[in-house]
Ligand binder design. Structure first.
Ligand SMILES: [Zn+2]
Length: 291
């Protein structure tokens, strides 16, 4: 009788187990994707007010990384300035390179703009290609599938939950993608701060005509800006966009001089903002300017 009771108890525990994966997400988009895919214990290392290229591997981050079962980051060298140190200091073997708990989103998609020649005099170039993939809904869907596979490998007891979550996410995401009339965007030109919007550009058919950074990672200089001003006075763009974590001074100065509308966008979801909500909000902001 007692043995039977124990067995029943174990079965109940196994079938109703909660998601038991402690997740450390480098950027809010991965935290929110993981949440939609069934992740529950999620720590987000950065907010959308921080530049993911430049984060400090501070003790509180290291402590969180020490306890994580799964690390989800962008990869492709976006976090090269802080993640290797964080991993080393964490002393956590589960999330080291090559382990099951080391998940880099960019490892699961193809990247654009991979430089054929690496020349550091060209600025802070991303040598594995442009890592800013989270604004491409197609690639996000691919990452979602791979992330689900990883969650199942780490937490097989909840396989069916993860599969169901992936299905409902894919449907909602696809429905969101189908909502846009891409004609609003096709061929429209824009000036950007950093090459952060490449994948969104491609998906919407937008055209980037200039960058406020003279070289990747180098803040706008006055000589570069006056050159840009001259170019834009000749052939104006339809908008100037930058991420809220970037300094808006240059963008706003240029907007004032040229009368081109300027848009400040959240490059990542706000704290615990639904991923779909954030994506729609971002595309809507662009659409409003172009209409
Ligand atoms: Zn970048």
């Amino acid at each position: 009788m007692f043995k039977k009771f124990i067995l029943l108890f174990l079965l109940l525990v196994a079938s109703s187990s909660q998601a038991n994966v402690r997740i450390f997400a480098c950027e809010p988009e991965w935290a929110e994707l993981a949440r939609m895919l069934g992740g529950e214990q999620i720590y987000t290392a950065t907010t959308n007010q921080q530049d993911p290229h430049h984060i400090q591997a501070r003790p509180s981050l290291i402590a969180k990384a020490r306890r994580a079962d799964l690390l989800i980051c962008t990869g492709a060298e976006l976090e090269i300035g802080w993640l290797p140190l964080l991993l080393r200091k964490s002393g956590n073997s589960r999330i080291q390179v090559g382990q099951l708990g080391y998940f880099m989103a960019t490892d699961h998609v193809t990247l654009l703009d991979k430089p054929t020649q690496l020349d550091r005099s060209q600025g802070d170039v991303h040598s594995s290609g442009n890592p800013h993939i989270h604004l491409d809904p197609e690639r996000m869907l691919q990452v979602a599938k791979s992330l689900t596979e990883t969650l199942i490998k780490i937490d097989p007891a909840n396989q069916s939950t993860y599969q169901t979550k992936l299905e409902s996410f894919s449907q909602a995401w696809q429905a969101m993608m189908n909502k846009w009339d891409k004609q609003i965007f096709t061929g429209k030109s824009m000036v950007v701060y950093h090459n952060s919007w490449l994948y969104l550009q491609q998906w919407l058919g937008l055209k980037k005509t200039a960058t406020l950074e003279p070289k990747p990672g180098i803040p706008p200089t006055s000589s570069h800006l006056s050159r840009l001003l001259a170019t834009l006075q000749q052939s104006p763009a339809q908008m100037i966009i930058y991420a809220n974590y970037q300094d808006g001074k240059a963008a706003n100065w240029l907007a004032q001089k040229t009368d081109i509308p300027v848009v400040a966008l959240d490059f990542s979801p706000a704290t615990e903002e639904n991923l779909i909500h954030w994506f729609e909000r971002t595309v809507n902001q662009i659409a409003t300017v172009l209409k």
